[in-house]
Design a protein around this ligand. Structure first.
Ligand code: BGP
Length: 466
């Protein structure tokens, strides 16, 4: 059986909008999701897991089950309801109380400043396509560094690629725009610049603690050995993985990334603007990231595709319904013999190993890594208070094994945060896609430990992947 280091963090991950509920309480300002979900009419982010009121019980559960790190995010619009300007003291107090509870239970908080929830006013003005939002984000971040001095681990953004692609390429996040590659690239770049500006402020002001960014990194493999498929995988990977790593650790885009952008933009008649001053900030920040957070659930097999863009998002758990074909990039396909979840997420743990070794090789000054999300969405069955989630345990085991192998191969990974601590609301899937160690009855808000919670506790206590 493989092991993990003695000082390893066995964490659980959450996000404000997916866990807190109370979207209109405590002086919180609106976010674009509120209206988007209401119009869609499938599900809402209330009550979610009511973390706003239940946090003492959730943090106590962390302690009880060997979860010694809690990843959570601050809802920007609880602090600045309008995005800028007046501070909502009730929101500030709420997070102080959460951090105090973490301290009391010996659980280390890892705090993300932005997890898909830009305040509505700024969102409606173009979100990160508008440079005013970048300025507002920098001010909000600085406010948090000054205010929440009890926090030692900060992340600027959660998942810049899914923000850009879900908002402007796939249309599953507000504002629901599809196939706009220009906006996708612009959003990626602007958020990376905002990240760099925040890193530089954090370091210039010598705020205590550590800071990094959380990227969703899903590497692409060619579906076959053909040159065409290899090229399609290269393009898809360049846009969704290499772009972010280049921006984070080089402070500019490598020739490979620029070549891919050129091809993708030509095929889609798309354009973007990168300013010289952006690269000054990015280069300055590129050696100042204390860590990289990686969210990794799956990878993709890609084959060449030369038709018009077509996508179908499987947000219902009807296996086999996903369609992902993007003009000028490629088509993501399933591979014989490679399992996938009901939501068509490919289970390929070797992908995590490959990714970690690639970062070590290509960006050697990455410093250290935390796996900030990994887990399995599953239709958990609740029977007499018992939830036997064996497929989830199997999933976690194979991924943790690959992680352990990567550590043995010299990659500096210091912790792992399982998504999710308890069942939470899922952005484009609602409430039947459960990830938690703790089952949540969303009506009563009662928590029930799943089989996986007992398994994780044992792994955390013994540092052995059983
Ligand atoms: C990541 C997000 C999380 C969470 C998770 C699972 O992309 O950071 O917020 O939602 O994925 O995704 P989903 O809920 O779509 O299954």
């Amino acid at each position: 059986m493989l092991r993990l280091p003695e000082d390893f963090i066995f964490g659980g991950a959450t996000a404000a909008y997916q866990a807190e509920g109370a979207t209109k309480k405590g002086g919180k300002g609106p976010v674009a999701w509120d209206e988007f979900l209401e119009k869609q009419g499938r599900f809402l982010a209330d009550p979610a897991s009511d973390f706003y009121h239940q946090y003492p019980q959730d943090i106590a559960l962390c302690k009880k089950f060997g979860v010694n790190g809690l990843r959570l995010s601050i809802a920007w619009s609880r602090i600045f309801p309008d995005g800028t300007g007046e501070v909502n003291q009730e929101g500030v107090d709420f997070y102080h109380k959460v951090f105090a509870e973490c301290e009391k239970e010996g659980v280390l908080p890892f705090v993300t400043l932005h997890h898909f929830d830009t305040p509505k006013r700024l969102f409606d003005q173009g979100d990160f396509l508008n440079r005013d939002t970048m300025d507002a984000f920098v001010s909000y971040a600085q406010f948090c560094f000054e205010e929440f001095t009890e926090v030692r681990y900060w992340s600027t953004f959660n998942e810049i690629y899914p923000v850009a692609s879900n908002q402007y390429l796939l249309g599953v996040f507000p504002p629901g725009i599809r196939f706009n590659l220009g906006s996708t690239i612009q959003c990626l770049h602007n958020m990376m610049v905002a990240h760099a500006r925040v890193i530089n402020i954090f370091k210039d002001n010598k705020y205590p603690g550590e800071i990094g960014v959380v990227h969703s990194l899903e590497p692409k493999y060619p579906a076959s050995d053909s040159e065409e498929d290899k090229h399609a995988a290269f393009l898809d990977d360049a846009l969704s993985v290499r772009f972010l790593l280049d921006a984070t650790y080089l402070g500019h885009y490598s020739d490979e990334t620029m070549q891919a952008l050129k091809e993708i933009c030509e095929a889609n008649d798309a354009s973007y603007t990168f300013l010289d001053e952006d690269f000054t900030e990015m280069e300055k920040a590129s050696h100042r990231n204390d860590y990289l957070g990686i969210n990794h659930y799956q990878c993709h097999f890609v084959k060449a595709y030369d038709g018009e863009s077509q996508v179908h998002h499987n947000g219902t758990g009807d296996k086999g319904t996903s369609v992902y074909k993007i003009k000028g990039i490629g088509e993501r396909v399933y591979k014989e013999g490679v399992p996938r979840t009901d939501w068509d997420w490919i289970i390929y743990p070797e992908g995590m190993y490959d990714l970690l070794l690639r970062i070590q090789k290509e960006y050697p000054h990455y410093n250290k890594i935390y796996i900030t999300e990994n887990g399995m969405g599953y239709k958990d069955e609740f029977e007499d208070g018992i939830i036997m989630d064996k497929p989830r345990i199997d999933y976690l085991r194979v991924y943790l094994n690959e992680l352990s192998k990567a550590i043995s191969a010299g990659v500096n990974v210091k912790g792992y945060f399982l998504w999710s601590l308890m069942d939470v609301f899922s952005w484009s899937n609602g409430y039947n896609k459960r990830y938690g160690l703790f089952y949540v009855d969303f009506e009563t808000q009662k928590r029930y430990p799943k089989e996986s919670a007992y398994w994780y506790k044992l792994v955390s206590e013994t540092k052995t992947i059983i």
